[in-house]
Design a protein around this ligand. Structure first.
Ligand code: ADP
Length: 673
């Protein structure tokens, strides 16, 4: 056994070792944890990427099924396939073009008529034919427009159906242009477009194809705005498929675009609509041109090896005609096969935006690269797969949004661990300091206690010795005179009073320690209590020839315990006497001041150093000083004073200067005592 350490020090060493050991273990695990973090995070990322991939596939399937299911139910309800397809296309941004086909592969919608297989032989009445022929002869051979107009008008009167009427109206329109009858021409072509837009000539072309350019030309810049509604009407009918598209449509659309550019129009809303209709129509024309063959091939083959069928009989077929981002969603089981051309990149984008990443710890980027992607430095964190079974061959790549994710994470964690470790170390250090401080305080207190015992013994002995000595002298009748005996007796009485005061302080302190003090507050005349305390000390004051200067206001009342306050005053007076040094003046004051009772006991004695002013109220504390080495005491007097005063919500203050004296002020509030 090493006997060098005292038990307390040994305990603190054990404690410090325990803290240092646990701190080191914690730090070790923190460092270990950081190195595992990379692996763990990578695993977590891969798990989340897999989950994201399967969420994507489910959402993709749902979206395709949603479009397909919608069509089926709408067709069943209303029987209007075309309307249903157009509505779907408008609802879903990824749909490029809806279509309906004949089983032969020709288009029903977009309504495209190619070169008619046979000429329509239209038979009109003889009267009509005769009048119309006369008109044509007059117009083209005789170049007599007025005459021609007359015959065309006649033929119109003879017309019996739509085809002959529109033929006559068309011819009349042409003549009005030649005759410079612009107003008439506009009215006539307006009529052809709005009432006879579906009627075709013997070549199978609708008359409106002739009428519209004519109308635009005859209207010129002046009347351009006026014919906007009829142009819009024409384009709407064409977009919807009521006026068929043909090989001239593209040209007509170019003509219209040029017209729009060259003229000024006020109605911007209508203009925007017309532009949109032109764009739609261009797309329809292009669609027919680019995908027509592929679609009829598809129908002929019936099935392809490269497709996937939804629960609603719609097939997803990748298209090879346009760009490689396009696919058909087609149902070949309908009497008229129908479906959409759609952009799969746009479809994927729509799905990516549907909050797939909710609940994930990290953020990811989803990309759809075409073809093989070369590796990158952080390849291990890229999840790549094909979009089977919907789009075989199409890659999906998922990667963390932040490329430095893991390094950042480790950096952040290292910081947290670093800060935590520093805090732990600080806490450990603080703990050790506090414990050492407690130990030294405990030691100090133990020393004070042992000083106290010897002080108390000494303190008690002094009066006891005097009492015994004087009492013995009286007993053996050494003093004969009455006055002498009285003097001896008063010494005995006063010394026993001093003894009582000391014992009272010790008792009060011991009660204080056990929190057992009892106070019996009553309305007390503090002035009288103070006078009686001075009287009790009178023997000592006179003995040492003190002059006591009092300024005590009469009848100052307070609700306090009279005995305890008596103790307070005698303790302060006894201190003033003890620590007066060579001075022989003590001032005692009692007065009221702003709601409080103030008692002051002031001496002109040895004073107290500033750094000791708060300590003197601590238990057992005694100022160690050379010059007062012989002044005895217990170090409890002021502790007891403070305790009593504070029990009445009062305050004890000290004002002192070495060599000049001290002033103790007790301040008791009048209310709340
Ligand atoms: P004790 O007087 O028994 O030592 P106290 O608690 O009454 O204990 O006082 C504590 C210390 O405060 C004293 O040891 C003394 O050094 C200092 N002290 C108290 N009163 C005075 C005073 N009036 N003048 C100078 N020092 C004082």
């Amino acid at each position: 056994m090493n006997h060098k350490f005292k038990p307390a020090t040994r305990l603190s060493i054990v404690f410090i070792l325990a803290i240092v050991l646990s701190g080191s273990i914690l730090t070790y695990f923190s460092i270990n944890n950081i190195s595992n973090l990379k692996e763990l995070t990578e695993k977590r990322i891969i798990e989340e990427q897999r989950e994201l991939y399967s969420r994507f596939l489910v959402a993709l399937q749902n979206k395709i099924e949603e479009v397909a299911a919608g069509i089926n139910s709408e067709i069943l309800q209303s029987g209007l396939m075309k309307d249903s397809l157009i509505k779907r296309a408008a609802d879903h941004g990824f749909i490029i073009q809806p279509f309906i086909l004949k089983s032969s592969g020709q288009f029903i919608y977009p309504n495209f008529t190619g070169i008619p297989e046979s000429l329509h032989e239209l038979t009109f009445s003889n009267r009509f034919n005769a009048a119309f022929n006369e008109g044509e002869t007059a117009e083209f051979t005789e170049k007599d427009a007025v005459k021609a107009e007359k015959y065309y008008q006649l033929s119109l009167n003879y017309s019996t159906g739509e085809s002959d009427s529109v033929k006559a109206l068309n011819a009349l329109g042409r003549i009005s242009v030649k005759l410079n009858h612009a107003e008439d021409a506009i009215t006539l072509y307006n009529l052809v477009i709005s009432d006879y837009f579906q009627v075709t000539d013997r070549n199978g072309y609708p008359y409106v194809y002739y009428a519209l350019p004519q109308l635009i030309r005859v209207a010129g810049a002046d009347n351009a705005e006026k014919i906007v509604p009829v142009v819009e009407y024409f384009l709407e009918k064409m977009t919807y498929g009521s006026i068929p598209l043909n090989f001239y449509t593209g040209e007509l659309l170019i003509f219209l675009t040029k017209w729009l550019r060259e003229n000024t129009f006020n109605n911007t809303e209508k203009l925007l609509h017309i532009n949109k209709l032109i764009t739609d129509l261009n797309q329809q024309v292009q669609f027919v041109n680019v995908y027509g063959n592929e679609l009829s091939e598809l129908l002929k083959k019936g099935n392809t090896d490269n497709n996937f069928t939804t629960g609603n009989d719609f097939k997803v077929v990748n298209s090879f005609s346009g760009s490689n981002q396009e696919f058909f969603l087609i149902n070949t089981n309908f009497k008229n096969p129908a479906g959409f051309l759609a952009d799969h990149n746009k479809l994927f984008d729509t799905i990516v935006k549907t909050g797939l990443q909710e609940g994930f710890e990290f953020d990811y980027k989803i990309e759809f690269p075409s073809g093989y992607v070369s590796s990158t430095a952080w390849h291990s964190l890229i999840y790549s797969s094909q979009l089977n079974p919907w789009f075989p061959g199409q890659l999906i790549q998922i990667k963390p949004d932040d490329e430095d994710l893991i390094t950042d994470l480790i950096k952040r964690r290292s910081w947290i661990y670093g800060i935590a470790s520093v805090m732990l170390l600080l806490a450990m250090f603080l703990g050790v300091v506090l414990i050492l401080r407690d130990i030294s305080r405990e030691k100090h207190l133990a020393r004070l206690r042992s000083d106290f015992i010897s002080n108390v013994t000494h303190e008690l002995k002094t009066p006891l010795t005097s009492i015994r000595m004087y009492a013995e002298s009286l007993m053996i009748r050494r003093v004969k005179s009455d006055a002498g005996q009285k003097k001896y007796l008063s010494v005995v009485v006063n010394e026993s009073e001093r003894l009582k005061r000391m014992i009272n302080n010790i008792l009060e302190f011991s009660k204080m320690e056990r929190s057992r003090q009892e106070y019996h507050p009553v309305e007390t005349n503090l002035s009288e209590i103070l006078h009686s305390a001075i009287l009790d000390m009178n023997y000592w004051l006179e003995k040492q020839e003190f002059t006591i200067i009092t300024e005590i206001e009469k009848n100052i009342m307070a609700k306090v315990d009279p005995e305890k306050f008596h103790q307070v005053f005698t303790n302060l007076l006894s201190n003033a006497i003890k620590y007066s040094g060579d001075s022989r003046k003590i001032y005692v004051r009692l007065f009221k001041n702003s709601g409080a009772v103030i008692t002051e006991v002031e001496d002109e004695g040895i004073g107290i150093a500033e750094d000791k002013l708060t300590k003197i109220f601590e238990e057992f504390y005694r100022v160690e000083r050379q010059e007062s080495g012989e002044i005895t005491g217990t170090g409890l007097g002021l502790t007891v004073v403070k305790e009593i005063v504070e029990a009445y919500k009062g305050k004890i203050l000290v004002d002192s200067e070495i060599g000049k004296g001290s002033k103790f002020t007790v301040r008791i509030p009048l209310h709340g005592t």
